[in-house]
Design a protein around this ligand. Sequence first.
Ligand SMILES: Cc1cc2nc3c(=O)[nH]c(=O)nc-3n(C[C@H](O)[C@H](O)[C@H](O)COP(=O)(O)OP(=O)(O)OC[C@H]3O[C@@H](n4cnc5c(N)ncnc54)[C@H](O)[C@@H]3O)c2cc1C
Length: 354
Amino acid sequence: MLELNLGGVPEEQGSERPEVENTIIVGSGPAGWTAGLYTARANLNPLLITGNELGGQVSLTYEIENYPGFPEGLSGPELVERFKQQAERFGCTVEYDHVVEIGVDAYPFTVRTASGQEYRAKSLILCTGASPRKLNVPGEAELTGRGVSYCATCDGFFFKDKDVIVVGGGDSAVEEGLFLTKFARRVRIVHRRDQLRASKILQRRAFENPKIEFVWNTVVTAIHPGPDGSVARVTARDVVTGEERELTTDGVFIFIGHVPNNELFQGKLHLDPEGYLVVDRKMQTNIPGIFAAGEIMDKVYRQVATSVGQGAAAGMQAERFLAETEAEGYPGIHVDPREFPDPREEWAQEPVTS
Ligand SMILES: Cc1cc2nc3c(=O)[nH]c(=O)nc-3n(C[C@H](O)[C@H](O)[C@H](O)COP(=O)(O)OP(=O)(O)OC[C@H]3O[C@@H](n4cnc5c(N)ncnc54)[C@H](O)[C@@H]3O)c2cc1C
């Protein structure tokens, strides 16, 4: 039997890895760290593979004000460091590597990384999150890093006394636009509608900020360099009149949502039409023993607090799965991903047991 321990620090944490891991967590955002914490506290000696973005989207965030327990708010990188310390304290092993392939058609599962490591695991917790959506307009790719950015926290400093455009109208766009006013002399928020989607509190702050201007009903259709090779202007189209005009600017910050990081799972696990992993109420994908948490399976809430909750649930379910498998054997990889129904449609009727 697996030895399960729901409380306290495990007595010994060996640095040598077992031949077959109990659980591998893929991703180091809030969901991943929380799954790491819960499975470590359950004495499962988990291995967490960080991916290329240590800390995930939170580490791109200037300030988190809505994560409970921190009434003064705290910076994204500080929260990540706290998540990491807590998971490691209970024995979660962290590998700074990126997963390039998972094998799901034999049990134990396999995980291959960019550094050439190959692991076998009795369970997987997939927390690969999401990445910024691109505008996909001419000039965007070529000028990324030369005035085009998806992270105000990372790049805002380079725009001291400059003029910047923020594209988007949701929470991230407005929050990051407000942050950019610390550096830039003017921040124009270009939004395709005539009102913001951002929360009321952020909207009020933005409307009251003298450095922020709004360009309504407008989309950016191209980004152009100046003689020095960095951003100089954008082409903007009014979606109501169809009129095009040029806006001069030093930088373009794009916050128009996210796409799920699902490359590893395509053709292997059931994805919904928008590319999010489909899980049941126990956070399990269509393959027994493979769980998912955070923005890779949640396109609705997209918050640190909700991702943390899903990571905790996935960690607890992985622990139960391992105990059951130890007692009864692996139930088998018997579900064809293409035939797996979307269980969310059945949630209303289905009571949660165990
Ligand atoms: C600018 C901005 C501001 C935000 N502000 C707030 C806020 O104020 N409050 C709030 O609650 N939320 C905020 N959010 C949202 C919050 O950051 C996300 O909801 C949360 O980070 C999602 O967590 P996650 O663990 O699902 O994934 P992510 O944070 O997306 O992390 C994904 C992780 O997966 C890893 N990964 C991806 N592919 C692989 C691979 N192949 N191999 C290994 N690892 C991989 C990445 O390296 C990364 O570590 C903000 C987001 C942004 C972008």
